[in-house]
Design a protein around this ligand. Structure first.
Ligand SMILES: [Zn+2]
Length: 354
């Protein structure tokens, strides 16, 4: 493999973080992603010579011509996030809910949220344990895993009956988005819910921008796929070009005990719950990171599935890979750093050009 010099100064990290914050502040729980996809589509329309196309399933794609098209590529990242849905309007005006995506209830206890009504308004609320008040309940629930019926949504409205709630326009099936609490710190950390996978989407957009600014053409015809159903397991099961030889998911690197990754490097995944990723692609990603001096960590994610696997399970005949910024406390109070966003964009750019 030959390594042509790449000017990584083409990557605008400030713009990446700025867009990431805008994305994070646009609610997009799985099943209600139109606003976030419209935001991405608007940015894609600023790029010359590409036309964003929505798939029938509602995902967004753009295809860049390559120097060659004998082994086309696809890159996927997802805009959909964890969320919830109203399952019952209780007689006392509180809402029962069901989680969308996989996360423990302790990760949302006390979290603010928005309930989206049929006419598009948002009613604010808070996820709380039914027995939250220590002044009322002698034995508050603690020190064990809570069950779904022990938590509810308290709406910020004067409601004391199901009728009051329905008068607000809220009905069973309405989507609930968690407050991301997005904060960028002076030290370069981005603290927010839903960095999984809006960080990956921002990385993909930054790589597209760098190609445009540098007048660079990818090695192969490459389709960027912005997925809208990843968190429930079938995002990229459709929408990837049938002739793609390789499919790379740009998604968060899991961090924690027993793993090598951190918030200052791009994680390259060798294997997750779905089995090993393509060995050739993984070795190529490592070789690229080493050749260009990009900080990276190789890891095995014990409890993780990606949209690349969803695409293969749906019958797609692609070799697959997975890379992305290290994200701490995933599916909980997440955090990453500008370093990981930069390293991920560099590695994606190097892959696209190699
Ligand atoms: Zn993800």
């Amino acid at each position: 493999m030959s390594f042509l010099p790449i000017d990584f100064n083409l990557i605008n990290l400030d713009s990446l973080v700025d867009r990431l914050v805008q994305l994070l502040c646009t609610p997009s729980p799985t099943g209600d992603t139109a606003d976030a996809l419209a935001l991405v589509a608007g940015w894609l329309r600023e790029l010359p010579q590409v036309t964003p196309v929505f798939t029938r399933k509602g995902a967004l794609t753009v295809t860049l011509p390559g120097r060659s098209s004998d082994a086309p590529r696809a890159i996927t990242g997802h805009v959909d996030t964890l969320g919830a849905i109203v399952t019952q309007i209780k007689p006392n005006g509180r809402l029962a809910f069901d989680r969308i995506g996989g996360y423990p209830l302790f990760a949302i206890n006390g979290e603010y949220c928005w309930v989206r009504t049929a006419d598009g308004r948002a009613v604010t609320g808070t996820a709380l344990l039914v027995k939250s008040s220590v002044h009322v309940f002698r034995e508050p629930v603690r020190d064990r895993e809570w069950k779904a019926d022990e938590m509810e949504i308290r709406l910020d409205a004067q409601v004391t009956s199901a009728q009051d709630v329905r008068a607000l326009g809220i009905e069973v099936g309405d989507m609930i988005a968690w407050d991301p609490r997005t904060t960028v710190t002076e030290a370069g950390y981005v603290k927010s819910r839903h960095l999984d996978d809006k960080a990956g989407v921002a990385v993909m957009l930054a790589a597209l921008d760098a190609l445009t600014v540098g007048g660079l053409v990818p090695a192969q015809r490459t389709t960027f796929h912005f997925s809208n159903f990843e968190e429930v397991g079938h995002g990229a099961s459709a929408g990837i070009p049938e002739d793609a030889a390789e499919l790379i998911a740009v998604d968060m690197g899991a961090l924690g005990e027993g793993l090598q990754g951190n918030e200052h490097a791009v994680s390259i995944c060798a294997k997750d719950s779905g089995g090993p990723y393509d060995l050739g692609i993984r070795r190529r990603l490592v070789a690229l990171a080493e050749a260009y001096g990009i900080p990276f960590k190789l890891d095995i994610y014990p409890f993780y599935g990606s949209d690349a696997e969803a695409a293969v399970r749906a019958g797609g005949e692609y070799r697959i890979g997975l890379l992305g910024p290290g994200v701490d406390a995933s599916h909980s109070f997440e955090r990453t750093h500008r370093d990981a966003l930069a390293a991920s964009t560099q590695l994606l750019l190097a892959y696209l050009l190699s």
